[in-house]
Design a binder for this molecule. Structure first.
Ligand code: AMP
Ligand code: ZN
Length: 489
């Protein structure tokens, strides 16, 4: 079955043809690690985790590069004061590289919580300064870039004058772009407002700085991704992904840089994941309309009525196609939780079943079902359709349990293998002993409450007894400002 994917570059679904047989080069723009990732960021990374898992399941050997942006991502090109790392380091009274470390660690922890697989290469921008300087120099040498006051800019008009088309990916018209650009600070050193920075000169106050042929400075964000993708995947590679909001200007600039450098389209297929919204509005740090992933899992937030397990969140996200907007809500999460539990129950039942060929012959055709599942997977990674087919199997599994349906030994083995592959390997869901954990949690909350009551009544003998007995069993109670929590040792 051919794999079809929606290519933002052509605006059409295309049949995927890898550059090297059975291998895929995949690049996904990583996080800018100046603060915690929000749940919206997690959705995009999860969309590509599902795509990565599917490609591997279909038999491709995937080199998956996802970078860490730890320098150079300005809020706008013109103002060095807008360096996110420098700003945040002032706010938190930490070194910029402490900010980078803190939020890189947080990013990894969050993705692990939601069972995302690590990429095969995770390069950092600061680890590739030399490559970026070389690229900027190459663009100057070819006449596509110019130096101005120690900064280097890409010359968009020059690019277009050579028959190339800045705007081809985002389908923007260059004349309109020029007409709609405000004159921002620092743009007087550019030939045109649409020119973008490849390298920025550092002001004396700017801490993150490196030597370059143009003086001390730091790299531009767009150049980072071109430098790292070229280094690890080559001048032309298979798939580039990222959130919709990166299509312009970030990915448009990557296309321009790649084409100007090497004369060819750098990427064969551009995939863009759609946004997570909350209250109908895009989740975003800057507007305050966001929730942190761990807040959803712990229940410590004002938006959701209860905590949700990471696998339930994952299931909820994958119930939407990666190119559709997804609005997160308490109701939708509760429905996903029910569906997830039913799916897990079915997998458990399935694995305990033995063949039953004595009952009436089945209406469920395993081969047809398998084909439909693969059709969904290969139709632009259609997870919601795949999930709907999994629920056809769930219904069948419960009928088997009640002996209302039959299945041969061979088919049963095949069904077990396929369900396990789709649920755990491809969708990346985890079979959690949620009920047990939840019960244990509830029981401990009762003990904590009883201990608090004993302490209030100054019955310290009893309160100490509760604490010490639990400690003997490896359960440590910790009293903090937010109340008492426990640690399972
Ligand atoms: P950033 O660290 O800002 O570069 O964002 C990391 C990734 O998260 C990018 O691919 C963004 O497109 C993506 N992203 C940002 N906001 C959202 C959102 N509300 N929903 C889904 N993805 C998002
Ligand atoms: Zn990027």
């Amino acid at each position: 079955m051919p794999l079809k994917l929606y290519n933002s570059l052509s605006g059409e679904k295309e049949i995927f043809k890898p550059i090297h047989e059975n291998a895929v080069g995949l690049y996904v723009c990583g996080p800018t690690v100046y603060s915690n990732v929000h749940l919206g960021n997690v959705r995009t990374f999860m969309s590509f985790d599902f795509i990565y898992r599917t490609l591997m399941h279909l038999g491709y050997k995937v080199r998956y590069v996802r970078n860490i942006t730890d320098a150079g991502h300005l809020t706008d090109d013109g103002d060095v004061e807008n360096d996110r790392f420098v700003k945040q380091s002032r706010l938190e009274k930490l070194e910029p590289m402490e900010i980078v470390q803190k939020y890189t660690v947080d990013f990894h922890k969050v993705l692990e919580t939601f069972n995302l697989l690590p990429p095969t290469i995770e390069p950092t921008a600061t680890g590739h300064i030399l490559e970026q300087i070389e690229l900027a120099q190459k663009l100057i040498d070819k006449g596509f870039a110019y130096e101005s006051n120690g900064s280097v800019y890409f010359d968009v008009l020059e690019y277009n004058s050579r028959g190339l088309n800045y705007g081809e990916l985002s389908r923007r018209n260059i004349e309109e772009l020029f007409a709609n650009t405000r004159d921002l600070d620092g743009q007087n050193e550019k030939k045109n407002p649409q020119d973008f920075a490849l390298w920025k000169a550092a002001s004396p106050a700017h801490i993150m700085r490196w030597n370059s042929p143009w003086g001390e400075g730091f790299p531009g964000w767009h150049l980072e991704c071109t430098a790292m993708s070229t280094k690890y995947l080559g001048e032309k590679f298979d798939i580039h992904g990222g959130g919709m909001d990166l299509k312009f200007p970030h990915h448009e600039c990557e296309v321009a840089q790649g084409k100007a450098c090497n004369g060819t389209e750098p990427v064969n297929y551009w995939l863009h994941a759609n946004m997570l919204t909350m209250n109908g509005q895009r989740m975003s740090k800057s507007t305050g309309n966001y929730i942190l992933p761990m807040e959803l899992v712990s229940g410590e937030n004002d938006f959701f009525e209860k905590p949700f397990h990471p696998s339930v969140v994952r299931f909820n996200f994958l119930q939407a196609h990666y190119r559709s907007v997804l609005d997160i809500s308490s109701e939708a999460m509760a429905a996903s939780e029910k569906g997830f539990q039913r799916l897990m129950e079915a997998v458990k039942v399935l694995n305990s079943l033995s063949p039953n060929i004595s009952a009436e012959s089945s209406v469920f055709n395993l081969n047809d079902w398998k084909e439909k599942c693969y059709e969904a997977l290969t139709d632009d990674f259609n997870s919601p359709i795949l999930i709907s087919y999994l629920f056809e199997a769930v219904k069948f599994i419960f009928s088997l349990k009640e002996r209302k349906e039959s299945i041969s030994a061979e088919d049963l083995e095949e069904l077990k293998k396929l369900m396990t592959a789709f649920v755990f390997e491809v969708l990346g869901l985890q079979n959690i002993e949620e009920n047990n954990n939840e019960k244990l949690n509830q029981a401990l909350q009762v003990l904590i409450e009883l201990r608090n009551q004993a302490r209030k009544a100054k019955n310290f003998e009893l309160s100490d007894q509760i604490r010490n007995r639990l400690l003997e069993d490896g359960i440590e109670l910790k009293d903090g400002r937010e109340g008492t929590t426990y640690l399972l040792n």
